[in-house]
Design a protein around this ligand. Sequence first.
Ligand code: MD6
Ligand code: FE
Length: 219
Amino acid sequence: MSATSQQLSLSLAVADQPEILGAGAALLRGFAAPVMTDLLESLQGLEAVSAFRHLVTPGGFTMSVAVSSCGALGWMSDRSGYRYVSHDPDTGRPWPAMPAVFQRLATAAAAQAGFTDFEPDACLINRYVPGARMTLHQDRNERDFSQPIVSVSLGMSATFLFGGMERGGKTTRLPLHHGDVMVWGGPDRLRYHGVLPLKDSPHPLLGRQRINLTFRKAG
Ligand code: MD6
Ligand code: FE
């Protein structure tokens, strides 16, 4: 990025304008900041009910990212594939309800990016520790691709890879920081994306971890 465009994106962020990443994709810098205390408190409650766990991919690899879920549906992976399920297989109970502050944040962020009336029924919670990464993938296990995905970054900063419609295509690198929210849908809904191995630089509130919340309409 040139010095000028860097300054420009800085001033856009300061002016609270979304960074437009595509016709259906926007990055809302610091959008979660006003509800942060509530958000982190709710997150602690969720972890106590449905703990983070490392899932196995259909290909037989154990993911470096640990996951949990809340809401009516939770994301699952095992040797038989990826899918959404109504119960936490570890507890045998329904996933914990989506906290009101999660729901409100997701709906408000979607609206800010031009997607009105987004009502997520699934929130996947990803936890990264230093070295953990997410290989390039598409999110395509949801029934309705007309609904966007809202993604909230908490804790340590990460480098997000934003690609095109094919796995081998060129990718853009985006730094994601504590409180940033990405929304993507419409023509960008199926773009490949991933996260580079997390660097070790502890966060003042969350320590040596990054938490990512991704909200979807899965059912
Ligand atoms: C992450 N996020 O940021 C992983 N997927 O840790 C995702 O895989 C993702 O951020 C779809 C839409 C937004 C995302
Ligand atoms: Fe994804």
